[in-house]
Each structure stands twice: as structure tokens, then as C-alpha cells.
Design a protein around this ligand. Structure first.
Ligand code: HEC
Length: 113
């Protein structure tokens, strides 16, 4: 009986750590408040007007987050990565997730919602 309780406690603790360890979800509204400086290159609708900048609207959120994280850590280099390193260097992980959620929620066409 005792060992069964110990196993149950271990399973419960594992589940707690699993869910606590999950990445926090991004908040698109919080992302919008952070994105005013991004619009000059990536467009206010997430569609870049200038050809050398990527459009972000409707891209997968986890991908956007990982891309920004990689610029921040210096793991994504070459091309114009230094531009983006400067843009995201002062942002927290939650802020990156919020920005990713904001752009991921935009329609890919760039049409106003
Ligand atoms: C001065 C122009 C400029 C500004 C401002 C800017 N970016 Fe960028 N961004 C770029 C360029 C250029 C790239 C491509 C860099 C490369 O060559 O890897 C890029 C790439 C990205 C990518 C990766 C896209 C992909 O498809 O892999 C994301 C995500 C991104 N920017 C988000 C942001 C966010 C969020 C902000 C505001 C906090 C921001 N950018 C501000 C120019 C800019």
C-alpha cells in the first residue's frame, strides 16, 4: 500500500513538473503593444513592403518565437541577422512569445481583419 502511494505521488509530481515546464502561451494583445517598432520593416499588417524584409503575418507562432530567440542568442547569423539581434536583444522570453502570437494571428494576405 505504501509503495503504491509513493508511485502515485511520483506520477503526480512528474505531471506537475511537466505542465509547469510547458512554454507559456503568447498574448497577441500584449504583442501588439510591443510591435510598433517592428512595423517599419515588417509592415503594420505583418506584410513587409520592402522586398529584403520578411513578411511575418500568419507564420507559425512557434517558428517565429524560435527565430527571434535564435537572433537574440546569436545562434542565427549571416544575412541581416545583426539587424534583428538588435531588435530583440532587450526583450524577455514572454515578450518574444507575445510578439510571435501577434504576428501568427494575422491573416497571411495582410488584409485588415
Ligand atoms: C530595421 C528593420 C527591422 C526591424 C525594425 C525589425 N526587423 Fe525583424 N527582420 C528584419 C530583417 C532584415 C530580417 C531577416 C534577417 C535575416 O537575414 O536573417 C528579420 C527577420 C525577422 C524574423 C524572422 C522571420 C523568418 O521568416 O524567419 C522575425 C520573427 C522578426 N524579424 C520579428 C521582428 C519583430 C518582432 C520586430 C520588432 C520587435 C522586428 N522584427 C523588427 C528587419 C527588421
Amino acid at each position: 500500500m505504501r509503495s503504491i502511494l509513493a508511485v502515485l505521488a511520483a506520477v503526480a509530481l512528474t505531471l506537475v513538473f511537466f505542465f509547469v515546464g510547458q512554454a507559456p502561451a503568447g498574448d497577441p494583445d500584449a504583442g501588439e503593444a510591443l510591435a510598433s517598432g517592428c512595423a517599419s520593416c515588417h509592415g503594420s499588417d505583418g506584410i513587409a513592403a520592402v522586398d529584403r524584409y520578411p513578411s511575418l503575418a500568419g507564420q507559425n507562432g512557434e517558428y517565429l518565437f524560435r527565430a527571434m530567440r535564435a537572433y537574440q542568442k546569436g545562434n542565427r547569423r549571416g544575412g541581416q541577422a545583426t539587424v534583428m539581434h538588435g531588435q530583440v536583444s532587450g526583450l524577455s522570453e514572454q515578450e518574444l512569445r507575445d510578439l510571435a502570437a501577434y504576428y501568427a494571428a494575422m491573416p497571411r494576405t495582410g488584409a485588415a481583419e
